[in-house]
Structures are given as C-alpha cells and as structure tokens.
Design a protein. Structure first.
Ligand SMILES: NC(=O)c1ccc[n+]([C@@H]2O[C@H](COP(=O)([O-])OP(=O)(O)OC[C@H]3O[C@@H](n4cnc5c(N)ncnc54)[C@H](OP(=O)(O)O)[C@@H]3O)[C@@H](O)[C@H]2O)c1
Length: 262
C-alpha cells in the first residue's frame, strides 16, 4: 500500500482570529503537518494551539516568528527543516497582520504607518524568502504533488480600483500597506517564470476578529456588520484548495470565490 501524501501547511499569525481558524481547519484534516507561527511561544493562546482537535496522523509544530524580527523567519524555518517530514511546503499563508491609524491618509501617523509596513509588508517578505527554498519540487514530481502556494490575506479595501468606494472607511494607511503586499504577490507570479509556485491574495471580507472589532470601535461603526470568522476561513481554504496558476496566480479573490479588481 502506498503511503498517503502528507500535506505541509504553514500559517503565520496563528494565535488569534483568521490565522487560528486556519490552523483549526487544517488540523482537522487527516495526514497534514501544520506549522503554526506565533510571535511568543509562551503566550497562552500559542500554547493552547496544542489542544485543538486533529485529524488522523496530523501533526502540529509551533514556531516563533515575530514579523518585526529580521532573523526569526529564516531561523525558524531553517531549524524546522531538520525534522524529516518538512522537506517541502505545500501551502504557506501569511495571516499575521496589524491595523492602526484610523484617520485620513493625509493625517497619517508616520510611526503607525512604519509599524504596519514592518509587520504587514516586510514581515511577509521575510517569510516568503525563508520558505522559498522549501517550495522546491523534484523535477518530474509536479503531476504527483500539488503546486506550492504562497497566500496573503488582504482586505477588499486594499484594492486600488475600489479606493473610491471604500473612502469612508478611514483605514487607508493600513489598506496602503496591504496594497503594496498585493502588488508584490502579483509581481511574484509574473517573475515566477518556471511556474513552480502559485502566488495570490484572498480577502476574508470584514470578519469578527480583534483587529476588525477595534477598527469598528475606532470608526464608530456597528460591530454586528462583521461576519463570522469560520465562514470566511472555510471560503479562504476552498479558494486555496482550488487554486492553480492559470486560474488564481497573480490574482485577488474574495473568500466567496469571486475575483476582486486590483
Ligand atoms: N478581520 C478582518 O475583517 C480582516 C479583513 C481583511 C484582512 N484581514 C487580515 O487578516 C489577517 C489576520 O487578521 P485578524 O483579523 O485575524 O487579526 P487579529 O485577530 O488581530 O490577529 C492578528 C494576528 O497577527 C499576529 N501578529 C500581530 N503582530 C505580529 C507580529 N509582529 N509578528 C507576528 N505575528 C503578529 C497576532 O499575534 P499576537 O496574538 O501575538 O498579537 C495575531 O495572531 C491580517 O493580515 C489582517 O490584515 C483581516
């Protein structure tokens, strides 16, 4: 009997919100290795990831990556590879992110903008650079293994095309950092001439997490317009499962599978 294929998935920002729900979803599947990255291994919501129910023969590794660190991502991924089962990643989802600065773009608080840029953009670039060597596939195995996917999570309001529609939501500086990330994801796909990695962006909609609840409070908007996290994550995971380079590479999708304009 042949050994079933072991999928390896890495999710950053695993302690809370969308990242934690993604970890929960992948852990529920059989024969997965889930790598959950957190910025503090001793935090209660990092340790409690171990209590999440798992599918048959599914394993969890928790690693430390602070998106602000210049070295964490490379250090953590290099150490991980020592463990035999993690020779290659199938899916890496950069869910770690922050939003600050609930004001008009012209009034940007430069320190807040810099911090969002550090976490949302530079942290994701460092993660991408650290995992790239472990996306490599042996020649001739592409028909047997899924195409590796590097996925980022952005709000719909990070769409440049939708900037006018979203103008009343005063999170333009946060949206701007995500717009840069969107651009890099799209560029990555077109620079990936060997078609060995699928890069795309998914929006969860506006969902009930600490990040979104704080934004609603700061902006004086009703919380009950936020959707449930599990519904958004179910959709995100379906988008990821179905993604191929021709259909998804270099594109922006909503969690309900509709394509969003850049
Ligand atoms: N919620 C929404 O409606 C919405 C909409 C569009 C896009 N998104 C995006 O979805 C992603 C997840 O957001 P969320 O709504 O789930 O927010 P959340 O509940 O506030 O969770 C944010 C996650 O990011 C982690 N994080 C923050 N700073 C970090 C750092 N310096 N290094 C490593 N990890 C760090 C947090 O870890 P700690 O627990 O250690 O702080 C936490 O796990 C973000 O990229 C966000 O921009 C969310």
């Amino acid at each position: 009997m042949s050994t079933p294929y072991r999928h390896v998935v890495l999710i950053s920002g695993a302690t809370r919100g969308i990242g934690r729900e993604l970890v929960t979803t992948y852990l529920s599947r059989p024969n997965y290795t889930v790598v959950a990255s957190v910025r503090d291994l001793d935090a209660e919501n990092a340790k409690s990831l171990n209590d999440i129910p798992r599918g048959e023969d599914t394993r969890l590794h928790i690693i430390k990556i602070d998106s602000k660190s210049k070295t964490d991502a490379l250090d953590a991924i290099t150490k991980l590879n020592i463990k035999e089962e993690i020779e290659e990643f199938d899916v890496v989802i950069a869910a770690a992110g922050i939003a600050k600065d609930y004001i008009e773009v012209v009034d940007a608080n430069i320190d807040d903008l810099q911090e969002m840029f550090e976490v949302n953009v530079l942290g994701t670039i460092r993660l991408c650079q650290a995992v790239l060597p472990y996306f490599a596939r042996e020649p001739g195995t592409f028909d047997k293994k899924p195409i590796p996917k590097f996925v980022t999570i952005s709000p719909t309001l990070s769409s440049t095309a939708l900037a006018e529609e979203a103008k009343s939501l005063l999170v333009g500086n946060y949206g701007g950092t995500k717009a840069m990330l969107n651009f890099l994801q799209r560029r990555n796909q077109f620079e990936e001439v060997d078609d060995e990695i699928c890069y795309f962006v998914v929006s969860p909609g506006a969902v009930r997490t600490d990040l979104a609840l704080r934004a609603m409070k700061e902006l004086g908007l009703p919380e009950d317009t936020l959707g449930p996290v599990d519904v958004a994550v179910k959709g995100i995971v379906e988008v990821i499962d179905e993604a191929t380079i021709p259909t998804h590479g270099g594109k922006f999708f909503n969690f309900d599978k509709t394509e969003l304009p850049w």
